[in-house]
Design a binder for this molecule. Structure first.
Ligand code: SAM
Length: 269
């Protein structure tokens, strides 16, 4: 397992002419600090075995005034004074968001090996747009996994919005001979308590999802937030590269992954 934190080892995935990129990491993982749209173009071709990510949904309402609220206002019921920091990139309207998604997904596909799976978190509002963007970028759209959050605000005369979705597909044909078993289509996990990130995903959900990747493969999460995918990937024996643009989350995510992996290796001693 390489230490993706070292410049010469980072050069396995990033074109050397584009280094240095500010980064943090350790054995088998790194988090790059910057804008995915730019960094993703610096990757070499076919260096990742899976793309698993939770992009900014740019959701949280229909009208511009609703969408342009802060991420804490949109996605959290906490008092902003006690809430995790807000994050960037969540205010695009539907057309701009779809175009932007297609753009980075196009470059991400070139960085992924043939047959690599892609998994994208999304809510019901952006579901049609994300499946368009995925296919415009050249990926094969293969289905949808349900994340049942189990609780949500009751709505009189309406269905509860208690699920989010993982739209998934692959970079071209995805042979059934890959050494990956049968995975469920529905996952039931409550939202994490004491979140580091305002839209943090449950760690166990991510540990289950990363298993779509071939064993020991290298996973890319270009919107890694508090590093949940990176941490889950390492705990399941994969290499992981994350990208994060918001300064606060670049730091919080890197620290969280490092502390959790150090604690795990102490326990294992
Ligand atoms: C939905 S959150 C991901 C949360 C993550 N799954 C977790 O469990 O912590 C999306 C993240 O993408 C980051 N982001 C937004 N635009 C970005 C960009 N252009 N490049 C890199 N990161 C970006 C945001 O700062 C935010 O932390």
């Amino acid at each position: 397992m390489m230490s993706l934190n070292q410049k010469n080892e980072l050069a396995q995935v990033v074109e050397e002419s584009t280094l240095p990129i500010e980064h943090n990491g350790g054995d088998g993982w790194t988090i790059l600090h910057g804008d995915t749209l730019q960094i993703i173009r610096a990757f070499k071709t076919q260096v990742f075995d899976a793309l698993i990510t939770d992009p900014p949904y740019a959701s949280g309402g229909w009208k511009p005034a609703e969408k342009n609220r802060t991420t804490t206002q949109k996605y959290s019921s906490m008092d902003p004074k006690n809430a995790p920091p807000d994050f960037d990139g969540d205010n695009r309207d539907q057309r701009s968001w779809t175009r932007w998604m297609a753009e980075w997904l196009y470059d991400a596909r070139k960085a992924c090996k043939p047959g690599a799976p892609v998994c994208l978190f999304i809510d019901w509002r952006q579901y049609p747009s994300i499946t368009d963007a995925l296919q415009w970028a050249g990926w094969i759209w293969r289905g949808c996994v349900v994340w049942d959050k189990m609780t949500s605000r009751p709505q009189k005369g309406r269905f509860r919005q208690q699920s989010e979705y993982v739209v998934w597909g692959s970079n071209g044909p995805m042979p059934v001979s890959r050494p990956v078993g049968c995975l469920p289509g529905v996952f039931r996990y409550a939202n994490p308590q004491n979140r580091t990130h305002v839209t943090e995903k449950p760690l166990q959900l991510m540990r289950d999802l990363v298993k779509i990747c071939v064993p020991g493969g290298r996973i890319l999460d270009p919107f890694c937030g508090a590093g949940t995918t990176v941490l889950a990937a390492r705990l399941e024996g994969y290499e992981a590269v994350g990208i994060e643009v918001t300064d606060a989350y670049y730091k919080l995510g890197s620290d969280r992954v490092r502390f959790a992996l150090e604690a795990q290796s102490e326990t294992a001693k």
